[in-house]
Write a protein that binds this ligand. Structure first.
Ligand code: ADP
Ligand code: MG
Length: 301
């Protein structure tokens, strides 16, 4: 097969591993720096050009689209879909998963366990918003944050009020959430491929910190998950329409709750923690599923 990988850099761990796994399995892999691709969207002959040449003959495309280029990245991926190339994750599913509010609404509608969560922009009654999610201690998040930045634990109602007021002044979307104290500063990353959790790791925050992000000094280790956690992760990925996803779960007193579903989960942490060759599992999934014109949505809806 000829596989395109949409990624900013060949040298990124995940990208390099996917290229390596594809080549080991006898495929050809080309890394495309997404913003540099340009397209002719004419209906009779849709094309994508890169470095002066038309990209042709691809069987599959692996999107590794960073949050900062979601909009253009989704357009390039959609163009591949229109040309009949099989996408590992569809453009519609990626756009959907990048919108946290939309994602959590979809998951909630389908009955997936979530922390009690509220969304707000310019709430006209901050007290009521705080009460709505069960009061302090509570977590307040900037909707646009990543790597734990913009995630605050407000221990008291006064602190919660101050943080919400501060965010209000910035005119940003915020999410207020029940604090899952019993998770003990740990979360579980489930790596889903198709209808299976192929690997899972526990990320534990450093002492005195509740955010387990590896970027915040958290440490990863292998963990055995329960059947309920397994099915929750697979269902969450499925509801988002993602074939490959990183589903982050907290262990709460009321069962597993999903925090987020990532459409371009990194391979470095999970391969290191579990010793599993996840890159090859991704390529094997493509081998089993790639067919021309198999995109369900082709950018619709
Ligand atoms: P980001 O997208 O920036 O990673 P997250 O929503 O994943 O933001 O939050 C960062 C970390 O903070 C999580 O990995 C988790 O350890 C912790 N955390 C987030 N929300 C909660 C919560 N409601 N209860 C307990 N811990 C939480
Ligand atoms: Mg996170």
């Amino acid at each position: 097969m000829k596989i395109a990988i949409l990624s900013r850099k060949k040298s990124y761990y995940s990208t390099a591993r996917l290229v390596e796994a594809a080549e080991q399995r006898g495929h050809q892999a080309l890394v495309i720096d997404t913003p540099r691709a340009y397209m002719n969207i004419a209906s009779h002959r849709p094309e994508i050009h890169y470095s002066g040449k038309a990209l042709t003959g691809f069987d599959a495309v692996i999107p590794r689209i960073g949050a900062s280029i979601t909009f253009y990245g989704a357009a390039v991926l959609r163009q591949f879909e229109i040309m009949g190339v099989y996408p590992l994750n569809e453009s519609v599913a990626i756009s959907r998963s990048r919108d946290k509010l939309r994602s959590l609404q979809l998951l909630a509608r389908k009955g997936i366990g979530l922390p009690v969560t509220g969304f707000a922009h310019s709430p006209d009654d901050i007290q009521d918003l705080i009460t709505m999610v069960g009061g302090a201690p509570m977590v307040i998040k900037l909707l646009e944050g990543t790597q734990g930045i913009g995630v605050v634990l407000a221990e008291t109602p006064k602190a919660a009020e101050s943080v919400i007021e501060a965010f209000l002044g910035l005119q940003v979307n915020i999410l207020v959430q029940e604090y899952i104290k019993e998770a003990g500063g740990a979360d579980i990353r489930c790596f889903v491929i198709g209808d299976k959790v192929v690997a899972s790791m526990k990320r534990q925050a450093v002492a005195g910190e509740f955010r387990s992000n590896l970027h915040r000094g958290g440490t990863a280790s292998v963990i055995k998950i329960t059947p309920e956690e397994r099915s929750t992760a697979v269902r969450a990925a499925n509801i988002m329409g993602l074939n490959v996803a990183g589903v982050d779960i907290l262990r709460s007193n009321h069962g597993p709750v999903v925090m987020e579903v990532n459409s371009s989960p990194g391979l470095e942490g999970i391969e290191a923690a579990t010793g599993k060759d996840i890159a090859s599992l991704v390529i094997e999934f493509i081998e089993r599923n790639a067919r021309p014109n198999r995109t369900r949505t082709k950018g619709r809806g």
